[in-house]
Design a protein around this ligand. Structure first.
Ligand code: GDP
Length: 317
C-alpha cells in the first residue's frame, strides 16, 4: 500500500501519473482540508475534490481544478442575484458540494461523506481527509487575517504575508484510518504540494508527525520547488514567510523529521549534490508534469526509488 500526503494541484498531477502505474486499490491518499470553505452555504473541500476528480478521470486538466467540460450556469445566475462569484464553482462540481453538504447535515463525518462521493464517482483508491474536525488555514496580512481562499483566489496572493496558522488544529484528531495507513504503508510519498499550506496542516494534526517518524515505510518527497521558485502558486512566498529557504533545501528542511528520499528536478542537480551531503538521498530527474507521459514517468521513477529503498531496508544487516 502506497500512502500519499497531498494538496490539490501539484498533488493531483502526481496522482494522475500514479493511478496509471499501480492499481488504485493500492493507493491511500491523506488529503489537506485546511483550504476548505463555506461557499453559498455549502461545505466545499477543494483539495478533496481535486483528488477525487483526478482519480475518477474527471479533473479539468486545463484549469487544474473542477470537472472537465463543466458549465457555469449556476455561477452566472448567482452573480445575477448579487451573490459573490469570485470562487468559481461549475455546475457538476456544485452537485458534489450539494451532496457533501447534505451528508454532513445528516450527521455523516467528512471522511464518510468523502468515501460516499468517491464511491459514487467510481473511485477505487482510498481517499482520507486529514481530519474530520474543521481546521482552517489563516493567512496574516497587513489588511488582517484572510482565509486561504480569500488570500489565494479572491486576492490573487498579492498581499504580503506576515504569518500562517491553522485554526482549530490543536484540537483536531486524524480521521479514522489515517494513522493506521501511515503505520502499515509499504511506502509513503509527500506529493509535490505546497509544503506550508497543503502538507503543513496535515503534519500539524496531532499524532500524524509522530506516526511518520515511527513508521518503517520509506518516506519520499517530491519537490514543488524547481530552481528556487514554485512551479505555480504561492508556495515560495509562504515558505519564505515561514522562514524556509525557497529551494530544495527548504523543502528538505520542512520534512527533515521523517524524509528519507527527496526527488528534485534536473535543474537542481547541482544543489542536489550539496544537499546529499546532509545524509538525505536526493535524486534528480524531470519533475515538471506537463503531459501524461511526464506524469507516468515521474510516478515510475518514484516507485522504483521506493522499491529499491524498501529492498535495502529489508536486507539483513
Ligand atoms: P493546492 O492545494 O491547489 O495549492 O495544491 P498543491 O499544494 O498540491 O500544489 C501546489 C504546488 O504544486 C505548488 O507549490 C507548485 O509548485 C507545485 N506543482 C504544480 N505543478 C507541478 C509540477 O508539474 N511539478 C512539480 N514538481 N511541482 C508542481
Amino acid at each position: 500500500m502506497i500512502v500519499v500526503l497531498t494538496g490539490g494541484t501539484g498533488g493531483a498531477k502526481f496522482i494522475d501519473g500514479l493511478r496509471q502505474v499501480i492499481a488504485p486499490e493500492e493507493i491511500t491518499l491523506i488529503v489537506n482540508t485546511g483550504d476548505d470553505l463555506e461557499w453559498w452555504g455549502l461545505y466545499v473541500s477543494p483539495d478533496l475534490d481535486s483528488i477525487t476528480y483526478v482519480l475518477a478521470g474527471l479533473l479539468s486538466k486545463e484549469r487544474g481544478w473542477g470537472v472537465k467540460g463543466d458549465t457555469f450556469y449556476c455561477l452566472q445566475a448567482m452573480g445575477e442575484l448579487g451573490q459573490p462569484i469570485w470562487f468559481h464553482v461549475g455546475d457538476r462540481d456544485l452537485a458534489v458540494h450539494l451532496l457533501r453538504s447534505k451528508l454532513l447535515t445528516q450527521g455523516k463525518t467528512l471522511a464518510e461523506a468523502t468515501n460516499e462521493i468517491a464511491g459514487k464517482l467510481g473511485v477505487q483508491a482510498r481517499i482520507l481527509p486529514m481530519s474530520n474536525s474543521r481546521v482552517e488555514t489563516r493567512i496574516g496580512t497587513p489588511i488582517g487575517e484572510l482565509s486561504f481562499q480569500e488570500y489565494f483566489v479572491q486576492r490573487w496572493y498579492q498581499d504580503p504575508v506576515n504569518s500562517v496558522r491553522f485554526a482549530g488544529i490543536a484540537d483536531a484528531e486524524p480521521a479514522p484510518g489515517v494513522i493506521e495507513a501511515i503505520k502499515s504503508a509499504s511506502a509513503i510519498v509527500i506529493a509535490p504540494s505546497n509544503p506550508v499550506t497543503s502538507i503543513g496542516p496535515i503534519l500539524g494534526v496531532p499524532g500524524i508527525l509522530a506516526a511518520l517518524r515511527k513508521t518503517r515505510a520509506p518516506i519520499l518527497g517530491i519537490s514543488p520547488i524547481i530552481a528556487a521558485a514554485a512551479v505555480s502558486g504561492p508556495a515560495g512566498i509562504l515558505m519564505a514567510a515561514n522562514g524556509l529557504p525557497v529551494s530544495i533545501a527548504g523543502v528538505a528542511q520542512a520534512y527533515q523529521d521523517f524524509l528519507k528520499i527527496l526527488v528534485v528536478d534536473t535543474r537542481d542537480a547541482k544543489a542536489a549534490k550539496q544537499l546529499q551531503r546532509s545524509g538525505l538521498v536526493v535524486h534528480s530527474t524531470n519533475t515538471l508534469m506537463r503531459t501524461k507521459d511526464e506524469k507516468v514517468e515521474l510516478a515510475r521513477t518514484v516507485l522504483s526509488l521506493l522499491g529499491a529503498s524498501a529492498a535495502h531496508a529489508a536486507e539483513p544487516s
